[in-house]
Design a protein around this ligand. Structure first.
Ligand code: SF4
Length: 359
């Protein structure tokens, strides 16, 4: 329908990575949004209130662009809905959304059908906003490109199964940018073909992303955006590669099928890790640990994102028991740097790697 898509979550990750977020969060707190809720939401609204954005340096624009319509999905959390509602009121723009099932064990036809129906129901309000008729063939083409993107992104992430791994989780958090915001475009596929060829070449020549790789770690939870470089260097210095994650894998949508667009989109978004039950999540992580030949797991307990934090209800212990793979929980946050202690993280990580060395 000719919409240009802008993702507030991605903007907020940029606020985190540029370490602007922590100073902006109090602006949203002053409007009644608690420091305990999603620091993507609070940093992003704070940036809008203060009139700052890292986009101005790159695109020379002054502020967050004005939306014609806001579209949310509650599959991650309710925070996205509240966050978009705030912008909807600010810009007097309509708000439409999809309400997702949570804590799903087996994905059933009933789950999928209810989500597909909600997606189809968005056509009419979106046509009204855009003034253009919905064309099924155009959607099929976007789904085809999105599926191709998902497939190549999976191949890229799977290269980390090689020993040594040519890729780190920290690389993945920035390299996933095209899959997040450019999914459904040919340009993204072109970029990823170059990247995949480079990674395959590194595997051939035995060039690892971490020199002298001795330990292989799986990361569960959000990255700490303002500490990507620091964490990457810290693990690298310990000859440890954090090489795979639940987070980067979230942009793999293997169910997408251009011949069955609404049903397959609903299936892909219902099979997502974040909406699944602990049993389904544990089964998935267990498979990942085997596939990537991992010898330790790091769980990030992100203070303001319970939705992407999986270690609060015994999962780490249960998985360790069945796999024999030890784990470490680090306390922090995706965007709010006041929620973490660098010293404590460093001490805990060093002790954990020492434990791996002794085992
Ligand atoms: S999943 Fe977490 S980080 Fe993402 S929008 Fe929801 S609360 Fe924020």
């Amino acid at each position: 329908m000719g919409f240009l898509i802008y993702f507030p979550e991605t903007h907020s990750a940029m606020l985190g990575a540029t370490r602007m977020a922590t100073d902006l969060i109090p602006e949203a707190n002053a409007l009644g949004y608690s420091p305990e809720i999603c620091s993507y939401l609070t940093a992003d609204i704070g940036a809008f209130v203060k009139g700052v954005t890292p986009l101005s340096k790159i695109y020379n624009i002054d502020s967050i662009p004005k939306p014609d319509v806001l579209v949310y999905n509650t599959n991650q959390c309710r925070d996205v809905q509240d966050w978009f509602k705030w912008y909807g009121e600010k810009f007097n723009a309509p708000l439409v959304g999809v309400y997702t099932h949570r804590n799903i064990g087996d994905v059933t036809e009933a789950h999928i059908a209810s989500i597909a129906k909600q997606m189809e129901a968005m056509i009419e309000p979106l046509e009204k906003v855009s003034g253009e008729k919905f064309e099924l063939d155009k959607l099929k083409e976007v789904i085809r490109l999105s599926r191709d993107c998902s497939d190549i992104w999976k191949k890229i992430l799977d290269t980390a199964a090689a020993t040594p791994s040519p890729l780190t989780f920290f690389d993945g958090t920035t390299l996933m940018g095209p899959a997040v915001v450019g999914r459904g475009t040919q340009k993204t596929l072109d970029v990823y073909e170059i990247l995949l060829a480079e990674l395959e070449e590194r595997i051939k020549t035995g060039e690892g992303a971490v020199e002298g790789e001795q330990h292989r770690i799986y990361w569960d939870g959000m990255p700490v955006w303002g500490r990507l470089s620091m964490h990457s260097k810290m693990f690298s210095a310990l000859k440890t590669n954090v090489l795979a994650s639940t987070y980067c894998n979230s942009w793999i949508f293997s169910a997408l099928d251009p011949e069955d667009p609404f049903h397959s989109m609903a299936k892909a978004y219902t099979e997502l890790f974040i909406v699944r039950s602990d049993e389904a999540k544990e089964k998935y992580i267990k498979e990942m640990l085997e596939f990537f030949k991992v010898d330790g797991v790091v769980y990030h307990d992100a203070k303001t994102c319970p939705n992407n934090t999986n270690c609060r209800y015994g999962m780490a212990e249960r998985l360790s028991e069945v796999t024999g793979i030890p784990s470490l929980t680090i306390h922090g946050d995706l965007n709010d740097l006041r929620m973490l202690s660098d010293e404590q993280t460093k001490t805990n990580v060093e002790a954990f790697i020492e434990q791996l060395e002794e085992s």
